[in-house]
Ligand binder design. Structure first.
Ligand code: TXA
Ligand code: MG
Length: 370
């Protein structure tokens, strides 16, 4: 299949959608409405969009990603009015959260209406719904005049894509169209919260943090067990996608994280210890760490850091910056053919919970607390 790439040139250079850009979005919207696939940017990551009301579109999405078809898709809307048609009921908690966080990087689970085929929900009676704030995504959805089912636009098992370049790398030849709208502002997938039960449950952490959800709901939000640790045999995560080994670079990876906020000073010591231990064994060790950690490493190292491939996540104090660049780094480890990766971990509060969830999965839960 030939994949047509539509570059939103004016939007990328000025931040505003010109008439030419809009025409391109109309073209992509028509492809989706008529049953084809188009990848597009959102504020979180790129999505691989198809018509959420068509069974065959869902099947095509699973095939393009190489994704197991029991893994449900998120349905994207561009107007709160569109919610009623696709869900059976709107719980009170959903009303409160949508008022505060939609449009934005938050997905909620609802009981699905008959309009949504089981192919879209991987056979579940529930549907995940998101109302993105990104102007490209929301205009595309409104032009399509149908809800758009879109998983992250990456091959199954690879990190989500946060730029058109990465999206093209994974999906060129597998979808009808890719809309290039530049880099994604947040860089991690949306927060997923299940509001169908008596207690709200956080299924996947994201930029709308657990703390933010709790402050609106004025109650505790339960964290699904799959967020912080590997699931013990037999237990299923509530979001089926959380069970797959996501985000994983090809090389083995170990994560060194502080037990408590005051323990960051021990992280560099441990990274250096691992470097010393492993350098004789591996040709190319990559280290993913903050500027602060690198400074500490350099002060203590005796040439070890010169031999390592250091990648900077940014400043420890800028968790949003760390989140934005994370998937790009994880992809680059493969390109650079790193054969062992050591990554710095961060405290698991606020956005740190989402960053650590992705890092832990990338490391296949190989985690050392110091
Ligand atoms: O930021 C995002 O959410 C991006 C952009 C494109 O919107 N999309 C995204 O989709 O990350 P995907 O398919 O890569 O991840 C969706 C996650 C999966 O873990 C899936 O199992 C879960 O949402 N999910 C979808 N429907 C669900 C449902 N009905 N119940 C529980 N989990 C669900
Ligand atoms: Mg995904």
């Amino acid at each position: 299949m030939d994949t047509k790439i539509l570059v939103l040139e004016d939007y990328i250079s000025t931040g505003k959608l010109s008439e030419t850009d809009r025409e391109k979005l109309k073209e992509a919207a028509a492809v989706i409405k008529n049953g084809g696939l188009a990848a597009f940017p959102t504020e979180t990551v790129y999505g691989l969009g198809g018509n959420a009301l068509m069974k065959d579109a869902a099947k095509k999405i699973y095939a393009a990603k190489g994704r197991p078809s029991d893994n449900p898709l998120i349905v994207h809307i561009s107007d709160l009015k569109d919610l009623k048609g696709i869900v059976r009921d709107i719980p009170e908690a959903a009303g409160l959260l949508s008022e505060r966080f939609w449009p934005g990087p938050m997905t909620m689970i609802f009981n699905k209406s008959e309009a949504i085929p089981y192919e879209t929900t991987g056979g579940l009676d529930t549907v995940a719904v998101r109302f993105p704030s990104d102007p490209v995504a929301s205009l595309l959805i409104s032009y399509a005049k149908v809800p758009i089912a879109a998983p992250s636009a990456n091959l199954s098992g690879r990190p989500s894509t946060t730029s058109a370049e990465h999206c093209i790398e994974d999906l060129s030849g597998r979808v009808d169209m890719i809309v290039d709208g530049g880099s994604c502002r947040i860089g991690l997938e949306s927060t997923i919260i299940d509001v169908t039960g008596r207690e709200p449950v956080l299924l996947r952490p994201g930029a709308v943090t657990k703390e933010m959800l709790e402050s609106v709901l004025k109650m505790e939000v339960i964290e699904d067990a799959a967020i912080k640790g590997p699931l013990k045999g037999g237990i299923r995560p509530k979001a089926p996608g959380m069970k797959y080994r996501h985000y994983a670079p090809k090389a083995p990876m170990v994560l060194v994280a502080p037990k408590a906020a005051g323990h960051t000073a021990y992280v560099a010591d441990k990274i250096l210890e691992i470097l010393r231990e492993r350098q004789p064994e591996f040709k190319k060790i990559a280290v993913l760490c903050s500027e602060e950690c690198l400074k500490e490493l350099k002060e203590k190292a005796d040439g070890e850091t010169d031999r390592a491939d250091i990648r900077l996540t940014g400043s420890r104090s800028d968790t949003a910056g760390i989140a934005r660049g994370l998937f790009k780094h994880l992809r680059e480890f493969d390109e650079d053919k790193a054969d062992f990766i050591i990554a710095e971990g961060y405290p698991e509060d606020e956005l740190g919970l989402a960053v650590m969830n992705r890092l832990k999965k990338a490391a296949a839960w190989q985690l050392i607390y110091v």
